[in-house]
Each structure stands twice: as structure tokens, then as C-alpha cells.
Design a protein around this ligand. Structure first.
Ligand code: PLP
Length: 387
């Protein structure tokens, strides 16, 4: 029998899990034009307000003048431009590692890195709530694939102790993308060391945001390359542009150039994007006040939400989800916030576990106090809490 998309869709709709795209009619910013209205954006990953920053836009424009629109080929054929190379060197310096390698997206970086570092006969250990791209990389690798309970370093230690695989790779988000909490990296690093495993961290939501200099979750915990030899970062979130990278030793990066299939068999991202990212990386380094402003907004939001009776969990980063539960209720809460002028999307399964649909609220350095307070007022009305 052939696949029946109509029947499959009907099932998705029956669970209030059907998704549609909102159409954005202007640049990504705190005030965003969506479906014909202007809303205050509290769900983007543009944590530092760089996606539409004048200096980043200007670097992109100049990049187009210098490099044209497309890269023309993969990095290994003839698509590796000096702009890509300069960005790799700057990312290596920023992350304090010998070398970095650009990928076209974070999804591809994770698929490529995990499946290059583990294969048949090896073992991959992943946090149950890891980003889909990491879980997919583990499955694709062909290695024995085990998920440990969320943020549970002891369970990881026990799983490693039982493993007979020669090569073991432990993989975790730095900041969990839908929950906003930090992985217990020091404990995971200890477990990895005693279990003779390599540790890989995907810091998509920590990079640019956490640590005094914005170097991310590793800087926050004071960990370096000996503890976390494989680091992946993405460029479409706090850096405001597009793309991703892996950073590590000379040999690790050279090996990935040979064997990461999502690096080898794909077109290099446009060099102008790399130029834009170089400009945003400069802003991350030279304007720590953006990070300070973001954290001030996070604190303001948390204090206000807690006084309204919301339970937020112990979260220091820009992702501050409010778990609602049922899909239909999360959708309704999001719709009510929209009526009041705020864009907060409802995140539903399979992105999050069944029964934990949520409002994934994200703060940005560009939000004003008035916008944060306005959101709190709208939340009080849209999602009333018992006193
Ligand atoms: C967004 C995200 C990715 C994917 O990055 P893209 O560049 O958007 O493909 C990977 N890992 C985590 C944790 C993410 O949040």
C-alpha cells in the first residue's frame, strides 16, 4: 500500500500537533511583522540582537560585492574562500582551540561530527533531551546508541562502566534548547574521563551568551579542551547569521575534513555569510554590554514571572520556558499572547516530550524594560496562575 499523507495528517491534527508557518514580512528583530501585524518577538534565538544589526548587514552587503552570491562548490573542490578561512581562524581563537571547521548548518555539523567519530563497534551516549540533530547523528553513526536520563551524570557513568566498546563518545547540549537548563558539564566530563570516553558539547545556545567573554557554557564552567575535546557551535543563534562550526585539535579537524560526510558532500555556505559572521563575532567580543543587557532582561523577566506565580526552574540563560502541558492549551496561550501583541510560539511534541507542550520564551539584549513588563502583563492575563 502506498503512503497516505492525508491519513497521516489527520492523525497529527487529531492530537493538536499540526504545525503551520507564520509568514514574517520584515527583518528578524524584537519588533517583527508577522501575518500582517507587528508583534514583540519573544521566541527568536537572536539573543544579542545581531541578526539585523547595521554592522552585520553592512558586512554582508560588502561580502556580496567582494564574493558574489554563491560559493560555487564544496570546500574540498573549489568553494573554500578566504572569508571562510578567516572566520575559521577567528572562531578557533574565540573558542581557545587550535582549529575550527565551518559547516553549513548546526544540523549538518552534528550529523557529520557524531557519525565521523563513531561507527560500527563503537558506542555513543547521549542525553535523552539532546537536540534532534545530535540524536540523529548517533543513529546514523551505526554505533551502539544509548540515551541516558536527562542531565544524569551518574547514569552516564554506570552506562559507560558497562560498555565494552573500544571507542566511546558522550554527546550533550551545553544549554538544552527547549528546557533552557545547562548540562552538568563538570560531572559529565568526570564521568567521561573515568569511562575512557570522548566528550562532545553542542553549545548552540551558550555561545555568545554565557561566560564573561561569551565563550559559552565551557567558559561558564571553566572547562577546556582537555575536558571537552569536541565543541560544536552554531552561528544562526546569538551570532545572528547562519552556519555552524566544530572546534578542536589540529588532528580532529583534519580528520573531519576527510570523513565528515556533511562537510565533504555539500556546497560551502556563501562567503558573504562568513563575512557577516566575522562582523557579528567582533560585536560579541567588543560589546560585552549586549550580554549584560541580556542577562538583566532575563533577571527582570524571572523576577516578574515568579511574582505572578509561574514556576520557571533554575535557569540562567535566555531560554525561559513555561510548561503548559496539553497541546491545545499551549496553542491557546500562544494565541492569546498574540492578541496582546506578543509573539511566543507554542512548542509541542515531538520537539518536546508528550504532555509537556510549552511556551518557549526567549529573551534578547534588544528587549526594553517596557517590552519585558508588557509580556509579563500579557502572561498574567493569558495564562492566569492560581494565587
Ligand atoms: C538550533 C540547534 C542546532 C541546529 O543548528 P542549525 O544551524 O539551526 O541547523 C543544533 N543544536 C542545537 C542544540 C540547536 O539548538
Amino acid at each position: 500500500m502506498a503512503f497516505d499523507p492525508a491519513a497521516a495528517l489527520a492523525k497529527i491534527k487529531a492530537r493538536d500537533a499540526h504545525r503551520r508557518r507564520r509568514i514574517v514580512e520584515g527583518p528578524q528583530d524584537v519588533q517583527v511583522a508577522v501575518d500582517g501585524r507587528s508583534l514583540v518577538n519573544f521566541c527568536s534565538n537572536d539573543y544579542l540582537g545581531l541578526a539585523n544589526h547595521p554592522a552585520v548587514r553592512e558586512a554582508f552587503r560588502r561580502g556580496v560585492d567582494r564574493w558574489g552570491a554563491g560559493s560555487g562548490a564544496s570546500h574540498l573542490v573549489c568553494g573554500h574562500a578566504a572569508a571562510h578561512h578567516a572566520l575559521e581562524e577567528e572562531l578557533a581563537e574565540f573558542t581557545g582551540r587550535p582549529r575550527a571547521l565551518l559547516f553549513s548548518t548546526g544540523y549538518m555539523a552534528n550529523l557529520g561530527v557524531v557519525s565521523a567519530l563513531a561507527g560500527r563497534g563503537d558506542a555513543v551516549f547521549e542525553d535523552r533531551l539532546n537536540h534532534a540533530s545530535l540524536l540523529d547523528g548517533g543513529l546514523l553513526s551505526g554505533a551502539r546508541f544509548q540515551r541516558y536520563p536527562h542531565a544524569d551524570a551518574r547514569a552516564l557513568e554506570a552506562a559507560l562502566a558497562e560498555s565494552r566498546a573500544e571507542t566511546r563518545l558522550v554527546v550533550t547540549d551545553g544549554v538544552f534548547s527547549m528546557d533552557g537548563d545547562l548540562a552538568p558539564l563538570p560531572a559529565l566530563a568526570r564521568a567521561a574521563r573515568s569511562g575512557r570516553a570522548w566528550l562532545m558539547v553542542d553549545d548552540a545556545h551558550g555561545l555568545g551568551v554565557l561566560g564573561g567573554e561569551g565563550r559559552g557554557t565551557l567558559e561558564h564552567f571553566g572547562l577546556d579542551e582537555t575536558e571537552v575535546p569536541v565543541l560544536v557551535g552554531t552561528l544562526g543563534k546569538a551570532l545572528g547569521t547562519f552556519g555552524a562550526f566544530a572546534a578542536g585539535s589540529e588532528d580532529l579537524i583534519d580528520y573531519l575534513i576527510q570523513r565528515a560526510r556533511t562537510y565533504v558532500y555539500t556546497t560551502a555556505l556563501p562567503p558573504a555569510v562568513a563575512e557577516a559572521t566575522r562582523a557579528s563575532l567582533r560585536l560579541v567580543r567588543e560589546e560585552p554590554e549586549r550580554r549584560e543587557r541580556l542577562h538583566r532582561n532575563v533577571r527582570r523577566f524571572r523576577a516578574g514571572a515568579e511574582s505572578l506565580g509561574f514556576e520557571l526552574g533554575d535557569l540562567i540563560g535566555p531560554i525561559q520556558p513555561i510548561v503548559i502541558g496539553a497541546n491545545a492549551e499551549a496553542l491557546e496561550a500562544s494565541r492569546r499572547l498574540g492578541e496582546r501583541g506578543f509573539l511566543v510560539s507554542a512548542i509541542r511534541p515531538p520537539t518536546v516530550p508528550e504532555g509537556t507542550a510549552r511556551l518557549r520564551i526567549t529573551l534578547s539584549a534588544s528587549h526594553t524594560d517596557e517590552q519585558v513588563d508588557g509580556l509579563l502583563e500579557a502572561l498574567a492575563a493569558a495564562v492566569p496562575q492560581e494565587a
